[in-house]
Design a protein around this ligand. Structure first.
Ligand code: DAT
Ligand code: MG
Length: 167
């Protein structure tokens, strides 16, 4: 069964110039990339993304980390990978949440670290299951940004909606 999974290259991954290395590692999965963009991360988006963890003592630092406040770049690279067992394949390559415990050949084991203030800088986010993937992908992408139809959508007509076009 084809699955979709959200991958975020987090601000530490971008700052360390790891985008190419990470995409190369992920290409080992032979999955298809069906959406990709650079995204600014508002505080609301970061809090919504990690809402399951809102009661954890590290939540505030985690939100700052995802926003890029710890790496002076307020952006992440967001991608959707699509294919058979996509979640397990990507999570196996990513490695354990704690980068010091992750298999050293995994992405997090190779490139992650725990800061002296206790932030797990683990380079990438990978959705943990199908329902989380659906929630996260709909949070980060609109239907027109994904090149396969994976979730139900509807057409709406927005009146007097302002948007930027090329001048
Ligand atoms: P994962 O990212 O492997 O799905 P998660 O969803 O449990 O792990 O946690 C989300 C992020 O929160 C994780 O990538 C890093 C951070 N985190 C988790 N546990 C932590 C801890 N004990 N201390 C600091 N940060 C933690
Ligand atoms: Mg998770």
């Amino acid at each position: 069964m084809n699955q979709a999974v959200l991958i975020l290259i987090k601000p530490d991954g971008l700052k360390k110039s790891l985008t190419g290395n990470i995409l190369t590692r992920l290409s080992e999965t032979k999955l298809e990339i069906v959406a990709a963009k650079m995204a600014r991360v508002s505080r609301e988006l970061a809090m919504e993304h990690y809402k399951q963890l809102q009661d954890k003592p590290f939540f505030e630092e985690l939100v700052k980390y995802l926003r890029g406040e710890l790496h002076d770049r307020m952006k992440v690279m967001a991608l959707v990978y699509w294919g058979k067992d996509a979640i397990k394949k990507c999570r196996d390559l990513a490695g354990a949440t704690n980068p010091e415990e992750a298999d050293p050949t995994s992405i997090r084991g190779s490139y992650g670290r725990i800061t002296t203030t206790g932030v797990y800088e683990n380079v990438i986010h990978v959705s943990s299951n199908e329902s989380e993937a659906a929630r996260e992908i709909k949070l980060w992408f609109g239907p027109d940004e994904i090149i396969v139809d994976m979730y139900p959508m509807k057409e709406i007509v927005e009146k007097d909606c302002k948007k930027n076009v090329w001048a």
